[in-house]
Design a protein around this ligand. Structure first.
Ligand code: SF4
Length: 482
């Protein structure tokens, strides 16, 4: 019996997960099977993750968004960690990476897997550093032990920093910001201290065998991603990418699913080049990108600088976007930052899907535009990417209920509302009236994938256990690997 989705797909079998994914994406199950068989898409679905509602990541499907959560040395609390998972899923995360570095990591990881309907990703290297005491003390045996344990716990995908090689390190010497990937800096310091090749690279085939047994998907880490515009697209970044291409093919030889991580900080005019190069070097394996940030000058607004790059990457063919919050480079994000980061990235993902003319993707836009032009404020709020935010902003100036029927808002005011003026002119003059209920967009029958229809995200989070106690003091921690 096939252990992995790619193995089953190659044998010609359409698995239950593929049928479910086809339903959620409104695609032919045979097309899903073919994309998985060819390595062009992945279904991260550890055989031990019973609560999972399967989803797919691939350039031919709706663009997905990842959110990072996790504890730290200062706060480690099972309830708080569950609340972070709840928050991320509620605001639309398609996958969640648990990047915890505090205590109780096993209990927290197992609780996340037990309760999460979305795939859970991890970075095993972080636990290895904690267990070893310092990067230099890590051993290949320890890495394999941790990878195997997390695979048994049900983790769906793992970032493995196997692509950074000893011969790549001198290529970073002229950089402005060196090695900014947390995992990359740890592996580099290990190689410097031990005088050996990357430990993940040394035991890569053993990791493949573990992944094949539990159907864990590789997320091949981009340890040498640029940390600033000046370092983008340099020899170090592209040398590692070549290795990631080789590692992709080696994993496929073991019937293991693969996606590849990407930058970082890249100016707008080179975003598409990055995606196209990864697709070529890695034979179409899904590209999972962090941002990229398209300028370095806006700390405090890096959810915006990066969402611009993320939208461009999505249009160019990136399959999943790792969100960035306004606190990037500055500190741990709180719940409001997570909300803002996920909103920015859901916008980027949806904008990419509209630009790529994914089936039905624009129907959501059309339905909201029709509600807007009809001054159907309640419907406009309901269809909004963040309904609570839309209603809250409208209520700030026009809170009374009768303004939910008004043919204006406070932006232009009653006299200068252009949509009201336009409608009156059409009613009274020669221009055609645009109100035609028969042509209204029917979202219920839209062919759009779930992620391209309201409510935002792929899951109702009502069924998730909530640890929310109405305390605003608790922070939702998130770690960018940067
Ligand atoms: S007042 Fe201006 S912003 Fe408000 S609904 Fe009318 S046109 Fe739109």
């Amino acid at each position: 019996m096939a252990h992995t989705q790619i193995e089953a797909a190659r044998e010609g079998t359409i698995t239950d997960a593929m049928y479910r994914v086809a339903e959620r994406e409104n695609r032919d199950p045979e097309f899903v099977r073919d994309q998985v068989a060819e390595g062009q898409a992945v279904i991260p679905a550890n055989t031990n993750h019973d609560a999972l509602d399967p989803m797919i990541i691939g350039r031919e499907f709706a663009t997905k968004v990842n959110a990072n959560i996790g504890n730290s040395e200062t706060t480690s609390d099972l309830e708080a960690e569950l609340e972070k998972l709840h928050t991320a899923v509620h605001y639309g995360a398609d996958t969640v990476m648990d990047l915890g570095t505090g205590s109780d990591l096993d209990a927290i990881r197992e609780t996340h897997v037990d309760h999460s309907p979305v795939p859970i990703g991890t970075v095993p290297l972080y636990e290895a550093v904690k267990r070893a005491g310092s990067p230099a003390e890590i051993t290949t045996e320890l890495l394999l032990e941790i990878v195997e344990k997390q695979a048994r716990q049900g983790v769906d995908y793992m970032t493995i920093h196997a692509g950074i090689l000893a011969e790549h390190l001198p290529l970073t010497d002229g950089r402005k910001t060196g090695i900014v990937s947390r995992g990359g800096s740890i592996v580099a310091s290990w190689m410097e201290a031990n005088g050996e090749q990357n430990p993940f690279f040394q035991v890569y085939d053993e990791i493949c065998e573990i992944f094949a047994e539990h159907d864990v998907t590789f997320s091949l880490g981009d340890s040498l991603r640029p940390g600033c515009l000046a370092d983008a697209c340099d020899d170090a970044q592209y040398a590692e990418l070549d290795t990631l291409g080789e590692l992709t093919r080696r994993a496929w030889d073991h019937d293991v699913q693969v996606m590849v991580e990407g930058p970082g900080h890249v100016p707008m005019h080179r975003v598409a080049e990055n995606v196209e190069r990864q697709q070529e070097v890695c034979d179409g394996a899904p590209f999972y990108v962090l941002g990229p940030l398209v300028t370095d000058v806006a700390p405090g607004y890096d959810h915006i600088t990066s969402a611009i790059g993320a939208a461009m990457a999505a249009q160019a063919g990136a399959a999943m976007l790792c969100y960035v919050t306004p606190k990037e480079h500055l500190g741990l994000p709180d719940e409001e930052d997570v909300r803002d980061g996920l909103a920015a990235y859901r916008i980027a993902a949806h904008a990419g899907d509209v630009a790529n003319e994914r089936p039905g993707a624009r129907d959501w836009d059309d339905a909201l535009s029709e509600a807007r032009y009809a001054f159907d404020w309640r419907e406009q709020f309901r269809l909004a990417l963040d309904p609570d935010r839309a209603r809250e902003y409208h209520d700030q100036t026009l809170p009374e209920d009768n303004y939910k029927e008004a043919r204006f808002c406070s932006m232009c005011g009653a006299e200068f509302c252009s949509m009201r003026i336009d409608q009156d002119a059409r009613d009274e003059g020669e221009m055609e009236s645009l109100t035609n209920e028969e042509e209204a967009t029917d979202l219920e029958s839209s062919p759009a994938a779930e992620v391209n229809r309201p409510p935002v995200g792929t899951h109702e989070s009502g069924d998730l256990p909530s640890a929310i106690d109405d305390s605003d003091e608790r922070s939702v921690e998130q770690f960018g690997d940067d």
